[in-house]
Design a protein around this ligand. Structure first.
Ligand code: 3HC
Length: 324
């Protein structure tokens, strides 16, 4: 079902990594992912659910809060309508059918144990708190099938730490699947391979990423993986340029868009990601990041602290570096 290129590439990825050694049958470990449970009805979780459903997977979106699930469904419908308008520009009935067909593959639930009971893959996209994620995976691993891939969409926490309290067989099935915002549009998914992850599990996760129309980049479990390890210093350096009064946010953004070809300038991107999120990530790494502790690239910024303190968190609060 996967293209030769996908298989070749994912085999290459698996080479040099630990061989298959879990108690599960080889067959079940290699089966393509069909049923996906996504935990967390926020923008990332609903984006992941949408993309998986759009590529013919049976999806369950779980959240403890039924209002969050409603918002997640509304987010998916809005985004799918946007895609439908492009696909069937002159045909409103076809647009509705497109949206309904994909949403028909998404079930929502507030019952975690039930929702993961038949999953081939569980992707967690809840709040960036280590303890919350650890407790969640302890519950998930009790109820999910012994062959399910366990994945976290964390942007900054070590996957190995999230999996720390699980049994060895469960830790071997744990990977990072890091998506980017807006999920329906951004083509990359980082597949994060811990020291303990089974090669077969990583291979299966890579195949899933390709099956949902995304491009995988496999990397080790180090702070920020690839993208955020490069993006966060870039954003923080932009904030420091501003602190030194080198140029205005608008001019810095224009410079990077027109001079370096970036789709957004660093301040637009900071506002888009959320200033609280950025502060949380850099503060965490500066205090405690493996190999990053005390690194001046992630030193606190008075400007960022002040904006976060005053509630200017970016697009989501209507104010950040810019007003919206
Ligand atoms: N659903 C479906 N389609 C969407 C969408 C959504 N939610 N958002 C954007 N699109 C599509 C649009 O329909 C349009 O498609 P088309 O080109 O086929 O017509 C295309 O994306 C471009 O959208 P727009 O024309 O509305 O706007 P822009 O051209 O300004 O693009 C953008 C918007 C895609 C957000 C672009 O500015 C961009 O790529 N920005 C950078 C985003 C980025 O860097 N994200 C990563 C953030 S870091 C992160 O997520 C990691 C975390 O751990 C912190």
């Amino acid at each position: 079902m996967y293209s030769g290129r996908a298989l070749q590439s994912s085999r290459a990825v698996a080479r040099g990594m630990r061989g298959f050694s879990s108690g599960q049958s080889l067959h079940s470990q290699q089966e393509a992912v069909r049923r996906v449970t996504v935990i967390g009805g926020g923008q990332m979780g609903s984006g992941i659910a949408q993309v998986a459903a759009a590529h013919k997977h049976e999806v369950t979106l779980v959240d403890v809060n039924s209002e969050a699930l409603k918002r997640g469904q509304a987010y998916m419908v809005k985004s799918l309508k946007r895609v439908a308008k492009k696909k069937h520009s002159d045909d409103e009935a076809a647009q509705s059918r497109f949206v309904d067909e994909i949403m028909g593959r998404v079930t929502v639930s507030t019952q975690l144990q039930d929702a993961v009971g038949r999953a081939d893959l569980v992707v967690e996209a809840v709040v960036e708190k280590l303890q919350v994620k650890q407790e969640l995976f302890a519950r998930v691993s009790e109820a999910a099938p012994g062959t399910a891939i366990l994945a976290s969409n964390t942007s900054s926490l070590p996957i190995g730490k999230i999996a720390e309290g699980l049994e060895e067989g469960q830790r071997r099935r744990m990977v990072g699947l890091h998506f980017f915002n807006p999920v329906p549009q951004m083509k990359l998914v980082e597949v994060v391979r811990t020291e303990e992850a089974d090669a077969q599990v990583v291979e299966r996760a890579v195949a899933f990423v390709r099956a949902i129309g995304k491009e995988p980049a496999v990397c080790k479990d180090t702070p920020g993986f690839i993208v955020n390890r490069l993006l966060l210093p870039y954003m923080m350096e932009a904030v420091r340029l501003l602190e030194r009064d080198v140029a205005s946010p608008r001019d810095i953004d224009t410079a990077m868009k027109l001079g370096a070809g970036y789709p957004m300038g660093p301040f637009e991107l900071c506002d888009y990601v959320g200033l609280d999120t950025i502060k949380y990530i850099v503060d965490g790494w500066h205090k405690d990041g493996a190999g990053l502790k005390g690194n001046p690239l992630f030193a606190p910024s008075a400007k960022l602290d002040e904006l976060v303190k005053s509630g200017r968190l970016g697009v989501k609060t209507g104010k950040g570096f810019y007003d919206y």
